[in-house]
Write a protein that binds this ligand. Structure first.
Ligand code: HEM
Length: 418
C-alpha cells in the first residue's frame, strides 16, 4: 500500500499505475475503512470524490436525477483533454450511457427486448459455436505456452458481437484494433499511435463511423433478423425513426461496452483459476455451480473499474456534502470487496450465494448486455471444464494501462487437456 496521499490518489486513477500494478486493492481497503468518500487531487486530472463502499455506490446510482451521466461524461478526463467539446466525434454520437432520463429510458427501450434472457436465447447457437471454435483452436497448441488473452478471451466476444452487429468477418480485426485503441487509449502498446490525443480521438471516431455507417445503410436496404437491423430501423415512442447519430451511438456502445469487458472477465476467470486451481477443479466436479461461478467471476474481475457521475445539485452522502458540479467516481471493484456486504470478500468462491456484486453496475444504467455477457462466459467455461484438466501459468502476466476498463493485457498459460 502506498503511503503519501498523492501516491494514493495516483494509484486510484492513473492509467500508468494500473498498467504496472493492476487494481489498487490495498488502497481501496484502506479507503473503505478510513475515508470511503475521499476527495482526490492529482495534477493534470480533474478532481473527484472516490467512492469505495457498496452502499454509497448503490445510493448514487439510484439517483440519476441528482447524479448525471450526460453532464460531464462518464470517464475522468485529463485536464489537457478537450473531449467534452461538442464537435468531438464521440460526443456527436449520442450513446445511452451518456444520457439521463427521460431520454435514457426511451433510447434504452429500443434494444432492451433484444437483451432480455428470452431475447438472447436466439443467440445460444452463436455463443456455443464460438466458444467451441476458440477452444478447438486453442487445443491445436497442445501443451505449448499460449497467451490466453489474444488466443481466447478477445476472440470469443469479438465473434459473438460482430455476428449480432452484422460486421463482416474480414472487418473483425480492424474493429478489434479500434476498440483496443479506445479502451486502452493511454497504453503504449494498445492505444492509438502518435502524441496528439485529440487527433487520435477524432480519427478513431471517424473510423468507427465509416464501419458502422456502412452496416446501417446495408441493414436499412436489406433488413435481417439481427440486432444490426433492429437498430438500423428503430423507431422512437413518437413514431419517428431513431436518428443517425443515436443509431451510430448504439452500435458504438454495444460493441465497445460488450467486447473489452467480456474479454477481461474471461481472462480474469483464468487468472483467478491460476491462483485458485481448486476452484477450477470444483467447477469441473460440479458444473451445477456454473451460475454462481459466472457471477463470482464478474465480481472478481470487475472489468469496468469505475463510472463517473456529475452532481446536478448539492447532495448529502452520509457525512459528506457533495457540491453541485462535483464529480463522483464509483469504483466497482472496491465495492465488490466490501466487508459490509460480502462474507470473506477476498476469497474467490465459485459457489458464492447471494452475490450482490456491482460488476454490472446498478439501477438506471445497469449493464444492458449482462445476460449476454453471462451466457458468453458460461459457454466458454462449459467448454473449458469439459475439455481441460488443468491450466498452469507460463510466465508473468501484464495488465492494460487503463484505469477505466481494465484487465490482463497478456496472460501466458499452458493447458493440460482431458
Ligand atoms: C462481463 C462483461 C460486462 C461487464 C462487466 C459490463 C459492465 C457494465 C457496467 C459496469 C455498466 C455501467 C452500469 C452503470 O453505470 O450502472 C455497463 C453498461 C452497459 N453495458 Fe455492459 N458489461 C459487460 C458486457 C456487456 C455486453 C456483452 C454488452 C452488449 C452486448 C454490454 C452493453 C452495455 C450497455 C449498452 C451499457 C449502457 C447501459 C445504459 O446506459 O443504460 N455490456 N456495463
Amino acid at each position: 500500500m502506498t503511503t503519501s496521499p498523492a501516491a494514493l490518489d495516483k494509484a486510484l486513477i492513473t492509467s500508468v499505475e494500473y498498467g504496472a500494478q493492476s487494481f489498487p486493492f490495498d488502497e481501496w481497503r484502506w479507503l473503505r475503512a478510513n475515508d470511503p468518500i475521499h476527495w482526490t487531487d492529482v495534477d493534470e486530472i480533474e478532481n473527484f470524490w472516490a467512492i469505495t463502499r457498496h452502499r454509497h455506490i448503490t445510493e448514487i446510482s439510484a439517483r440519476p436525477d441528482v447524479f448525471s451521466n450526460e453532464k460531464g461524461n462518464i470517464v475522468i478526463f485529463r485536464e489537457e483533454d478537450d473531449f467534452d467539446r461538442e464537435d468531438n466525434p464521440f460526443n456527436s454520437m449520442r450513446v445511452i450511457i451518456q444520457m439521463d432520463p427521460p431520454d435514457h429510458r426511451e433510447f434504452r427501450k429500443v434494444a432492451s427486448g433484444f437483451f432480455t434472457p428470452r431475447g438472447i436465447k436466439r443467440l445460444d447457437e452463436i455463443v456455443t459455436n464460438t466458444a467451441t471454435m476458440v477452444i478447438d483452436k486453442l487445443s491445436k497448441s497442445g501443451s505449448d505456452p499460449v497467451d490466453f488473452v489474444s488466443e481466447v478471451a478477445q476472440r470469443h466476444p469479438l465473434r459473438v458481437l460482430c455476428t449480432i452487429l452484422g460486421v463482416p468477418p474480414e472487418d473483425e480485426d480492424h474493429l478489434l484494433t479500434l476498440t483496443s485503441q479506445l479502451f486502452a487509449f493511454d497504453d503504449p502498446d494498445l492505444g492509438p499511435p502518435g502524441d496528439d490525443r485529440q487527433a487520435a480521438a477524432d480519427l478513431l471516431g471517424l473510423q468507427f463511423y465509416e464501419l458502422f455507417n456502412g452496416i446501417i445503410e446495408d441493414r436499412r436496404a436489406n433488413p435481417q433478423d439481427d440486432l444490426a437491423s433492429l437498430l438500423a430501423n428503430a423507431h422512437l415512442e413518437n413514431g419517428e425513426p431513431m436518428g443517425l447519430i443515436e443509431t451510430l451511438g448504439y452500435y458504438l456502445i454495444v460493441f465497445n461496452a460488450g467486447h473489452d469487458t467480456t474479454r477481461h472477465s474471461l481472462s480474469g476467470a483464468v487468472g483467478a483459476f491460476l491462483e485458485h486451481p481448486e476452484e477450477f477443479a470444483r467447477l469441473k466436479e460440479d458444473p451445477s455451480l456454473m451460475k454462481t461461478a459466472v457471477d463470482e467471476i464478474v465480481r472478481w474481475s470487475a472489468p469496468v473499474n469505475y463510472m463517473k457521475r456529475t452532481a446536478l445539485e448539492d447532495y448529502q452522502l452520509d457525512d459528506v456534502l457533495i457540491k453541485k458540479g462535483d464529480r463522483v467516481c464509483m469504483f466497482y471493484g472496491a465495492a465488490n470487496h466490501d466487508e459490509e456486504i460480502f462474507d470473506d470478500p477476498d476469497r474467490f468462491d465459485v459457489g458464492r450465494e447471494h452475490n450482490r456484486h456491482l460488476g454490472f453496475g446498478w439501477a438506471e444504467h445497469y449493464c444492458l448486455g449482462a445476460h449476454l455477457a453471462k451466457a458468453s462466459i458460461a459457454a466458454l467455461l462449459e467448454q473449458m471444464i469439459e475439455r481441460i484438466d488443468s491450466i498452469e501459468p507460463a510466465g508473468e502476466p501484464t495488465y492494460t494501462a487503463s484505469s477505466f476498463v481494465h484487465g490482463y493485457k497478456t496472460l501466458p498459460v499452458t493447458v493440460s487437456w482431458a
